[in-house]
Design a protein around this ligand. Structure first.
Ligand code: COA
Length: 306
């Protein structure tokens, strides 16, 4: 059963949002939730049939779809213009269009690298730049860039997407810095593993990390114990678009159950206290016998051990 939104249905009333990559997956759920919270929504994407199906799913009067490729600046100009023509203004842009696949860096062609950089990084700039005048005219606008956590450390077979999302995060900060002056906030959302998405199917395909056992072990590597839902990402976007986030700009919100920072513990939880007490007792015994040992005292007088 779908969780209930903690936000009021009218939280985003009077807002008009353009969601690139809004025809499927996380983008579609973002578009759906923005609409359910009162926004008029324009979705864009490269596949007309997918956009048609998405409009049927969204099924509301306040939804429009426009074909376009974010790699082409003129397409982005057209999307922004059509959103204004249809709904009278544009005050919210969600940059969700992305492309990805697994590839070892030594097998990745220059064009493969460029393609992902162009969809994710150039596409985010193109859509933001093309929407700028409309966003500025609204006087109370926000841009949400959908990112990832791949590049916080380094991720196997993801050199292209890591570079692309690092650029997206840099844009989030730069536009946050430069466009606040115009009444445009810029924020990012960095999803972790989200169940049932094209991203998971591509990055953890069945037979690999997408198999049932591997999916369970992936959940085990997330401190919250489960993968995220598209709904979790959409709610983060509703929050960031809402007046509750009026003082947030230039920041990327990680929505991943702490997956990216999770390493297996060197000592299992059940053993920590026993092992730690044992180590401590031994070190104290050595310290007492040796009259201080290294004692952590930095070479000064031995500390009192009483
Ligand atoms: N491994 C290595 N290289 C790959 C690849 C793969 N799995 N898939 C595509 N490429 C390379 C192609 O070989 C090509 O390079 P080349 O000309 O040197 O051969 C380059 O990437 C462009 O591929 P192409 O299929 O022409 O690009 P496209 O614009 O039609 O598609 C993709 C872009 C490849 C990113 C495609 O997967 C896509 O449209 N994705 C959108 C949806 C998506 O990925 N969602 C998940 C987001 S996490």
């Amino acid at each position: 059963m779908e969780p209930q939104s903690p936000f009021k249905p009218g939280t985003l009333a009077h807002r008009v949002a353009l969601v690139t990559g809004g025809g499927s997956g996380i983008g579609l759920e973002i578009a759906r939730q923005l609409g359910l919270h009162g926004a008029k929504v324009v979705i864009s994407g490269r596949r007309e049939a997918v956009l048609r199906d998405a409009c049927q799913t969204l099924g509301a009067e306040g939804v429009a779809a426009h074909w376009g490729d974010v790699r082409r600046y003129e397409d982005c100009e057209r999307m922004a213009a059509e959103a204004v023509a249809r709904f009278g203004r544009l005050d919210t842009l969600v940059n969700c269009a992305a492309g990805n696949f697994l590839s070892p860096a030594e097998q990745l062609s220059s064009n493969g690298f460029r393609t992902v950089l162009e969809i994710d990084a150039l596409g985010t700039f193109n859509a933001s730049r093309a929407a700028f005048e409309a966003l500025r005219a609204s006087g109370d606008a926000c841009i949400i860039n959908i990112s990832m956590t791949l590049h916080y450390g380094a991720t196997w077979w993801q050199a292209h997407a890591s570079a692309a999302k690092a650029a997206v995060d840099a844009l989030t900060r730069s536009l946050g810095l430069e466009w606040g002056h115009y009444g445009i906030r810029t924020a990012g959302v960095a999803p972790g593993p989200i169940e049932g998405t094209a991203g998971m199917a591509k990055l953890a395909p069945s037979g690999g990390a997408g198999s049932a056992t591997a999916a369970a072990s992936m959940s085990g590597a997330i401190p919250l114990g489960h993968m995220g839902r598209r709904w979790d990402i959409a709610m983060a976007c509703v929050f960031l678009c809402s007046p509750a986030a009026a003082f947030i700009t230039g920041h990327t919100l990680v929505v991943d159950g702490a997956e990216w920072m999770c390493k297996p513990p060197l000592v299992p939880r059940a053993m920590v206290t026993r092992v730690s007490r044992g180590v401590e007792a031994k070190s104290r015994a050595v310290g007492l016998a040796g009259g201080g040992g290294d004692g952590g005292g930095g070479g000064g007088a031995p500390k009192s051990r009483l």
